[in-house]
Write a protein that binds this ligand. Structure first.
Ligand code: PA5
Length: 467
């Protein structure tokens, strides 16, 4: 497949040095770029050095702990020396697809958000409603274990009934996350019942993905589950979408996992070889940080155009929030879905506090034949004036119109442009945003790995519940 690179375009954020002061206050000038370029080059070196440490198994200096830099080389490894593991993931997915009409993915945070992003971006928007043939005989997909919502879980159990044609992928790196563990116990019981107590059948239908040690690993051993996929040390939850954590569910739903990895590997190449200010991952980190540090844009709005990238936005919200929201610092991420949210957030983005950087996430070509407005004898809605216009044209006009309205009020926006939405571009995007998050962490002196703040609620919750 010919590579179709995604583009980060920040040109509208740059104004001439001679622009009036009030214009310069809301955008960036040449001096900002001059300041950031060498710093980005240093960040790139640090990111690459850290990634190298993971590959060579070199000692991690104490000030770098924890260091989960393994995500960087993962795509290249799967495509080269770990190819056999990739084949095993795909084979397991195909086997699950043969015995299961439905697969429930259990996990929370980084253990499910990537898979959900792939599901919404790459599968038919009504995948679960389609007949098996139209789904290419891939299972219907459900996400649980990401809450403890009684009625939601009971509703999914209703759907599964007492059948044996479904399976579970349970994902937890630590193996001890309560929400996921509780859901696994509930769904495992239901599956045992559905299989009439036949543990052979149950074992065919349950695949855990977990760290080398922990409660889920112990449980998998005790249940004698034949296949357990590891999450390598040095690959953190929110950086694990291109490990078995994202790849197994993606392969089950029928996504092309090889292309996801190829896309990510292509982004690694660009990161390694493109100069700062021409390097999407680095530039996105540097420009976003400049807009925050120098122009007060503390809120990062990822404005997705169309419906299929919302879950990618939520995955990125988690990535950015958990990675950089530390020590009283870090931008606040927010996903918007347009044109939908122009009718809910548009007013604030147009006229509210000047504390936002809006980055459009744009897909340039739809996958399907464009639908068009047809001429009608009933023209009370006055749509004949735009007869022949396609939905992509309408969406493009909404975006250009919105960008212009913001620009007219000196609220310039940037773009991340995907030539089309497929596994290759999605792989590039995942990798670009993960690299950018780490690079920005290094830029501002925050360790992007680990989430010490989340431990407090877990401790308190367990203390309240365990006898
Ligand atoms: O990014 C992270 O590390 C977290 O969001 C985890 O993915 C999340 O807390 C789930 O953890 P675990 O996979 O250990 O159940």
């Amino acid at each position: 497949m010919a590579a179709t690179p995604i583009v980060y375009d920040y040109s509208r954020l740059i104004v001439p040095d001679a622009a009036p002061a009030f214009v310069r206050q809301t955008a960036l000038v040449g001096a900002d770029l001059k300041y950031i370029a060498p710093r980005l080059a240093a960040c790139r070196q640090e990111v690459l050095d850290n990634a190298r440490l993971w590959v060579t198994g070199g000692p991690v200096p104490p000030e770098k702990q924890p260091l989960d830099a393994g995500f960087f080389d993962l795509p290249n490894q799967f495509l080269d020396e770990e190819r056999e593991q990739l084949d095993t993931i795909v084979a397991t997915a195909n086997r699950l697809a043969e015995v299961c009409d439905r697969v429930v993915v259990l996990g929370i945070g980084g253990s499910y958000m990537g898979a959900r992003a792939v599901f919404e971006a790459c599968c038919h928007p009504f995948h679960n409603e389609l007949g098996a043939g139209v789904r290419g005989n891939r299972p219907r997909i459900y996400f649980e274990g990401n809450n403890v919502d009684n009625d939601a879980m009971a509703g999914l159990l209703d759907l599964l009934g007492e059948a044996d044609d479904w399976g579970i992928i349970v994902i937890s790196k630590s193996g001890g996350t309560l929400e996921t563990a509780v859901a696994f116990r509930v769904f495992l019981e239901a599956l045992k019942k559905g299989c009439g107590g036949d543990m052979g059948k149950v074992r065919e239908r349950v695949v855990p993905i977990t760290g080398e040690t922990g409660r889920l690993r112990d449980l998998a051993d005790a249940l004698e589950l034949p296949e357990v996929f590891p999450i390598p040390d040095g690959v953190g939850g929110r950086f694990s979408v291109l490990s078995a954590v994202g790849l197994l569910p993606a392969a089950v739903m029928g996504a092309n996992v090889e292309q996801l990895l190829e896309g990510a590997a292509a982004m690694n190449d660009v990161f390694r070889h493109s100069a700062p200010l021409e390097n999407p991952s680095l530039d996105y980190a540097g420009i976003s940080w400049l807009m925050q540090a120098r122009r007060g844009a503390n809120i990062r709005v990822l404005s997705t155009w169309g419906k299929r990238l919302e879950a990618v936005g939520l995955w990125y919200d988690q990535l950015l929030a958990e990675s950089l929201g530390k020590h009283g610092q870090g931008p606040t991420p927010l996903t918007a879905v347009n044109t939908r949210d122009l009718h809910s957030r548009g007013q604030q983005h147009q006229e509210g506090s000047r504390d936002k950087l809006i980055t459009n996430l744009v897909v340039e070509q739809p996958q399907r034949e464009p639908l068009a407005v047809e001429r009608s004898e009933y023209d009370q809605d006055r749509l004949n004036e735009m007869a022949g216009r396609t939905l992509p044209e309408l969406l493009g006009a909404a975006r250009s119109g919105t960008d212009k309205a913001y620009a007219d009020d000196h609220r310039p926006t940037a773009d991340i442009r995907l030539p089309q939405l497929d596994e290759h571009t999605l792989g590039q995007l995942f990798q670009m945003l993960m690299i950018a998050t780490v690079a920005e962490g290094r830029l501002i002196g925050i360790n992007p790995y680990g989430q010490p703040g989340v431990e407090a609620y877990k401790r308190n919750m367990n203390a309240l519940l365990r006898k």
